[in-house]
Each structure stands twice: as structure tokens, then as C-alpha cells.
Design a protein around this ligand. Sequence first.
Ligand SMILES: O=P(O)(O)O[C@@H]1[C@@H](OP(=O)(O)O)[C@H](OP(=O)(O)O)[C@H](O)[C@H](OP(=O)(O)O)[C@H]1OP(=O)(O)O
Ligand SMILES: Nc1ncnc2c1ncn2[C@@H]1O[C@H](COP(=O)(O)OP(=O)(O)O)[C@@H](O)[C@H]1O
Ligand SMILES: [Mg+2]
Ligand SMILES: [Mg+2]
Length: 328
Amino acid sequence: MSSSTHSKRHRVGYALPPKKIQAFIKPSLIHHADQHNIDLIPIDPSKPLIEQGPLDCVIHKLYGLDWKSQLRHFSSLNPDALIIDPSDSIQRIHDRVSMLQVVSNLKVSERKQVLDVPRQLVFSDSETMVKNSDDLIQKLGFPLIAKPLMADGSETSHKMYLVFDREGIDKLESRVIIMQEFVNHGGVIFKVYVAGDFVKCVKRKSLPDIKEEKLASLKGLLPFSQISNLEEKSDCGGGEFDRVEMPPVDFVEEVAMAMKEESGISLLNFDLIRDARDANRYLIIDINYFPGFEKIPNYESVLTDFLLNAMEKNKSRDVSMVRERDDD
Ligand SMILES: O=P(O)(O)O[C@@H]1[C@@H](OP(=O)(O)O)[C@H](OP(=O)(O)O)[C@H](O)[C@H](OP(=O)(O)O)[C@H]1OP(=O)(O)O
Ligand SMILES: Nc1ncnc2c1ncn2[C@@H]1O[C@H](COP(=O)(O)OP(=O)(O)O)[C@@H](O)[C@H]1O
Ligand SMILES: [Mg+2]
Ligand SMILES: [Mg+2]
């Protein structure tokens, strides 16, 4: 990185919900960023963004048409400012159908590990789902996971159900319209955090496997929410969780870079599971925009380096665009 990048102060505005500011904009982050010539500046979303500059970069996790048009207006007046990340790209991973299409489009080299997505069906409403339940059961079987379409951070976007039988389908509330096959994966998910070129994979508790013998005794529905954020249980003292092998680093890194490329998003994490029946088969079940990076050790320097690199790249892109125009 050129020394000029470090000598100039960078103004990075952040537009985040209060809860996220509390968790993410910690004094330690403000301090570390400051030491590396970054001023982190709060953006007030109730005031026009164009009046809150000048800004070299905006990081954001706010949604809605008003915020989108604020960003568009700001960008048109400040074409050199970097917006992390583009609203249209975020929108694509907010819908659990287009989210998995991103995964299906990933280009990963031929290798021992195979990347897949769970089979899923989407219905316009619960009435249509019930009407088509024979087809649904025939295609996906039980157990099923019922998810809401939107993964946009709204209150209900994490509220899901395990569905064990036809009665369960009949009882579902109408907001959950995605039906996904439940893939046994040993009760562990791998969360892969990506911030630009930084990749970190961690283990988290997940839903336990549901063996066929057990399924017969399970009836109806079981609601659940944000399983991987629950306190780690003692796992019967056996340390089984700790012994679960991590996926190969080169595989994870390749998938992460492909994900960044395909989604057009530089701040994300995704949930990876390993098929309990095939140790080389991995499935991505979820992609999250700008997740809780503060859970990563040393996140202050990870995010500061990310911002410096992103602004440096953005600056050289501007220079090469000027050169292209000059050449015309
Ligand atoms: O708050 P946290 O640390 O639990 O982070 C949430 C993420 O947890 P993770 O980092 O993956 O463990 C969480 O990931 P999951 O969907 O739980 O896999 C979401 O990204 C959540 O954002 P939103 O509610 O969907 O807008 C994230 O919430 P926000 O931090 O954006 O409020
Ligand atoms: N197809 C699946 N098979 C098995 N478990 C799943 C599947 N989809 C989700 N899960 C479990 O449910 C949890 C929540 O689902 P996820 O799609 O990640 O939603 P959220 O956006 O609320 O994190 C996952 O962390 C995992 O434990
Ligand atoms: Mg998840
Ligand atoms: Mg999610």
C-alpha cells in the first residue's frame, strides 16, 4: 500500500441500526481505525446523507426505499466515494431463493470437495403449499425446514420451523413459504466470515441430526430461531463439538472468494454444513450481509485493513478510469 494512503485521513461514514452500532462500533474499533488514519463518522439516517459529508466511504446496514434513494443521490453527487456494499447486491441475498442462486452460480475448481445447496421449494402462500403437499413430500420428504422468504434482519426473518409430518405442514403460519430439505450434518455449522480478502471459518452449534428411527416419534412442528447464536451447551462433557474437523482451508478460501465475486458483496458470512452421509459434500444454507464481525478475535484490525484496502483499490480504479477517459 502506498505511503500516501496512510498519511491522508479517511472519512468513513457508518449507517447502522442502534443495536448494531452498540455491538460493532466499539471504542476499540474507533481507536484502532483512528491510529490508521480513519475517522469513523456516524450517519444520521433521518437527515439527508448528502449533507453529512464529505465522506470517502460509507458502510451501511440499513434498508428500505428511502435509504436506497439516499445512497443513490449521494453517489451521483459523490461518484468517487465508495459505498460498501451496493444495495442491489445486498437485496439479492435478502431473498432466500435468489440467495441460493448465488451459491449455485459459484465457480469452484474441480476437487474432492463438492459444494451444493439444499433442495427447496417456494410457495406463494400456505394455502398453495397445503394443496401441493403430496408433491412437496414426494420431492423433499421429512423432516423439512420451513423458512420465511426474506432474510432481511426483520424480527421474523430468523423464525423457522422443523416440520415432521403432513399435520405439521397444515399448521404452518403463512409467512413461512420456503420448504427446505433438512440435511443431517452432525449438529455443527461452519460460519465463514469474509471481509474483502480476509476469510475466517469458525465452528458453531447447529440443529442436531434427526435419525430416521427418531423421526417416527416426532409429530407436527417445532419452532426455532437463531440456533447458532445460542450459548454453547456443555455437549455432555464429551468434547464432541471440539473434535469436529474443520473443512479444508483452501476449499473454504476458494468458496469465499467465489462468493465475493458472484455476490458483489465484500462484507458477509455464510453458513456451511457438511453432509453427515458424505464427508466431502458441503452445502451452503445461508448468506448474511455485514454480520457480527465483532465476534472475530482482533476484528478491529481486520476491519481497519479491509477499509484501507478497499479505499486504496477504489482510488486506483478512479485513476485508471480517468486515464481511460484521457486516452479517448
Ligand atoms: O448480531 P449478531 O452478532 O448475532 O450478528 C447477526 C448474524 O449472526 P452471526 O454473525 O452470523 O453469528 C446473523 O447471522 P445468522 O442469520 O444468524 O446466520 C445475521 O447476519 C444478523 O443480521 P440480520 O438480523 O439478519 O440482519 C446479524 O445481526 P446484526 O449484528 O446485523 O444485528
Ligand atoms: N437445510 C438445512 N438442513 C439442516 N439444518 C439447517 C438447514 N437450514 C438451516 N438449518 C439450521 O437452521 C439454522 C438457521 O437457518 P439459516 O438458514 O441459517 O437461517 P438464519 O438466517 O436465521 O441464520 C442454521 O444455522 C442451521 O442450524
Ligand atoms: Mg444462518
Ligand atoms: Mg441468515
